[in-house]
Design a protein around this ligand. Structure first.
Ligand code: PMV
Length: 331
């Protein structure tokens, strides 16, 4: 059977950085994100006996024997195990934004693959079960399985059965909330988030401080979302991001995801905020800066961001929906 799904990327306001269990993809800490309307992956999966091996085509290019291909095959194996099918699959996937540059393409990618793959294999999963399946492909994909504002609860159980995504608020709860993604580089990053976080857990002397303070950030951001307190969400998001980057920078060897344009934007935002334009930044495992603001300030901020040296593009996103099945297949 053939199925197609669309899933949105998400950007964390309180980050996930570090695993407790690499096989089950269990995080050291819970995290909170916003699902992004408009940054999406569309994936079609077909299981059929006519395929003698798995095939994966990403953005019109067939991938073979590289890491991405292996991750997809591993995920298909998991779906085969759950559903009992033994057939190989063809997977065709398209991102409408740059892949692997710190824009969470793995999040939308594994959320879409999980939904389309499960459906194509004949299994119906609710969003909670879907998020547990997506988690096995990429941690942040867990959160792309819910819409709006989302918490990935790390869970306590060793088997991972209580580590899944829970919606904090629907997209309609805070329709004025915006995230402006600035693209400063589309070069594939040197250190993947998977390798980077493993290295951080193993070698960073600051990592304990990260774990000791993240629960407070989670509480503040959750309260800020529920009460629509933009200042509380913004301040906490920015400082949480800086704490995560402090752990990256202080691993052995150091991991520095920032580029000159990343710093240009950080300084610009600090200066604009001082003069009364309320906006905050967050950065993931890559050089792009995501700016959070309210709808009323979007056009002014876009104009200013586009004038910063090194900014190639800006993309404005509002809170987006959970993954969905669609009828238009990619092959
Ligand atoms: O799940 P991954 O491998 O995409 O890791 C995500 C890590 C960060 O983007 C840096 C933080 C996060 O919570 O999304």
């Amino acid at each position: 059977m053939k199925s197609t799904a669309i899933a949105n990327a998400n950007i964390a306001l309180v980050k996930y950085w570090g695993k407790k269990d690499k096989k089950l993809m269990l995080p050291q800490n819970s995290s909170i994100s916003m699902t992004l309307d408009g940054l999406n992956t569309i994936t079609t999966v077909e299981f059929d006996k006519k395929y003698d091996k798995d095939i994966f085509v990403l953005n019109d290019q067939e991938l073979r024997e590289n890491k991405e291909f292996e991750k997809v095959v591993k995920h298909l194996d998991l779906i085969r195990k759950i559903s009992g099918t033994r057939e190989k699959a063809k997977v065709v996937s398209k991102n409408n934004f740059p892949t692997a540059a710190g824009l969470a393409s793995s999040a939308s990618g594994f959320a879409a693959l999980s939904l389309a793959g499960a459906q194509a294999a004949g299994i119906d999963l609710d969003l909670k079960e879907l998020s547990k399946l997506a988690r096995r492909g990429s941690g942040s994909a867990t959160r792309s399985c819910q819409g709006g504002f989302v918490e990935w609860q790390k869970g306590e159980k060793e088997d991972g059965s209580d580590s899944y995504a829970v919606q904090i608020a629907k997209p309609e709860h805070w329709p004025e909330f915006r995230m402006i993604t600035t693209i400063v580089s589309t070069v594939t990053k040197k250190v993947s988030s998977r390798a980077g976080m493993a290295q951080t857990v193993e070698t960073c002397p600051m990592y304990k401080a990260w774990l000791d303070t993240v629960n407070e950030d989670l509480k503040k951001v959750k309260r800020g979302i529920l009460e629509k307190d933009f200042t509380l969400v913004g301040k906490t998001t920015e400082s949480n991001c800086l704490k995560m980057h402090a752990t990256m920078i202080t691993t052995q060897p150091a991991i520095v995801y920032w580029m000159p344009a990343t710093l240009e934007i950080i300084h610009a935002i600090l200066a604009w905020r001082e003069k009364g334009l309320e906006c905050y930044f967050t950065i993931d495992a890559g050089p792009q800066v995501k700016v959070i603001c309210l709808e009323k300030d979007v056009s002014e901020l876009e104009k200013r961001l586009q004038a910063v040296e090194g900014v190639k593009k800006t993309i404005v996103c509002k809170p987006g929906e959970e993954p969905k099945l669609i009828n238009e297949h990619l092959f």
